[in-house]
Design a protein around this ligand. Structure first.
Ligand code: PLP
Length: 412
């Protein structure tokens, strides 16, 4: 049943002409800005109210070589409850445990859920570092606001995540390539089948020790371009990290896997614009047909593309290090036809996906309408020059080998 919303009384009483005058043309046609949907906050997250209950049964560490992404978790979890009347309640770190939720909780029925994916690293001095946590917190606030969940003070949340990561420090292997994957999650917990804004929510963070995505070095992937389903669309929510965006992507991925491909490539529209690869942003390095200039291209943030933190790193590093070498860096729409033509003419230098899990994932080829588009790697090569450089540049900042503002050292 649809819950009814009463218009704000102050608005309802106003003459139509005043209401129309107050209505403003949205500045961007196909996106809802975070603050447009955000809930009024009564009390924000207060890290000074944190209570800690330590586990009495510390887990045995799994040998680093046996770690599987997202399968094992640390000893504790961080949780903060929110109610519409009180705001954010006192944060708690407790032993990792099951949640107890009413079967009518709105998360189960209407997908009030958003999440983040970020990592804590251990540097050569044994210090714990978060990588660009502000970016993840900003994105989480945009996601939560879009589905009428509460927003929060980003600095307060980073402080709590830092404390939590420091507490779980023994789970972060010191070896390069290993890290602690952090999963901040927010769910609507109100017990109601009425469709409306949740009156209560839970924000929690769990952590999973993870190994390198490519333990034996890069492995280039083969993609199938999906042209019978789309991941995101203008005016939709593909630029938000909502759980509801992910479940519908699994079947096309299974279909691609059935035909022997590692991942699927998401296209959009009759023009077959290239958007994202699986759960990564997509980059293509192409030699311009007219000028011969080398260009690094990725799709623009038009509301259908997730604002990847790694995407932002790749773009910043490319502008910093490749532009002086004569490269052009472009955020623009490009089509599968353009990639295919560039490949046929020997102008497609390389292509790769970019995301927190793998950092960069080199692409060998893309199956498109029965043809195989070769992405420029030699048969004996598993990664192009650019993908390898990007991975090294980003890792140097993640592990603090290169001191940089992107890396946030957690206070002990
Ligand atoms: C759809 C999608 N695109 C891109 C990314 C990459 O984002 P990030 O670099 O922040 O991990 C993700 C990350 O999980 C994703 O789910």
């Amino acid at each position: 049943m649809l819950r009814q919303f009463r218009p704000q009384r102050s608005l309802a009483k106003q003459p139509i002409s005043r209401l129309l005058a107050a209505w403003q043309e949205p500045s961007r046609s196909y996106s809802i800005h975070a603050n447009a949907a955000s809930t009024a906050k009564i009390q924000d997250i207060d890290p000074s109210k944190l209570t800690i209950t330590k586990t009495k049964a510390p887990k045995e560490l799994i040998p680093a070589s046996e770690l599987v992404f997202g399968r094992s978790f640390t000893d504790h979890m961080l949780s903060i409850e929110w109610t519409a009347s009180e705001g954010w309640l006192a944060p708690r770190i407790t032993p990792y445990q099951n949640l107890s939720l009413d079967p009518a909780s709105c998360v189960f029925h209407y997908a009030f859920e958003c999440f983040e994916g970020m990592k804590a690293y251990k540097d050569s001095n044994g210090k714990v570092r978060l990588f660009r946590p502000t970016k993840n917190m900003e994105r989480m606030n945009k996601s939560s606001a879009r589905i009428a969940l509460p927003t929060f003070d980003q600095a307060a949340m980073i402080k709590l995540i830092s404390q939590f990561s420091q507490m779980e420090e023994r789970f972060i292997p010191s070896t390069k390539g290993y890290s602690l994957y952090l999963r901040p999650t927010m769910i609507g917990t109100q017990k109601t089948l009425g469709v409306g804004p949740p009156g209560s929510a839970l924000l929690y963070v769990i952590a999973s020790p993870v190994g390198p995505y490519y333990p034996t070095g890069f492995k280039a992937i083969s993609l199938e371009a999906t042209n019978y389903a789309v991941r995101a669309w203008p005016g939709g929510v593909g630029d938000k990290k909502l759980g509801a965006n992910y479940a519908p992507c699994i079947v096309p991925q299974l279909e691609a896997a059935k035909r022997g491909f590692h991942q699927n490539l998401w296209l959009f529209g009759e023009e077959e614009f290239v958007t994202e690869v699986g759960t990564m942003n997509m980059f293509a390095a192409i030699k311009n047909k007219e000028t011969g200039q080398k260009e690094l291209i990725t799709a623009p943030l038009d509301g259908t593309i997730l604002e990847g933190v790694t995407r932002d790193c790749v773009l910043s590093l490319a502008r910093e290090k490749l532009v002086p070498e004569g490269w052009k860096v472009l955020e623009r729409k490009y089509t599968m036809k353009e990639l295919s033509e560039a490949a046929q003419e020997g102008r497609l230098l390389e292509a790769f996906g970019a995301g927190t899990a793998a950092i960069v994932s080199p692409i060998r080829n893309i199956c498109w309408k029965g043809d195989m588009v070769d992405c420029g790697l030699r048969p004996e090569e598993e990664a192009g020059e650019l993908a390898s450089k990007m991975k090294n540049w980003i890792e140097a900042r993640q592990y603090g080998d290169e001191e940089h503002e992107w890396s946030y050292t957690v206070p002990e």
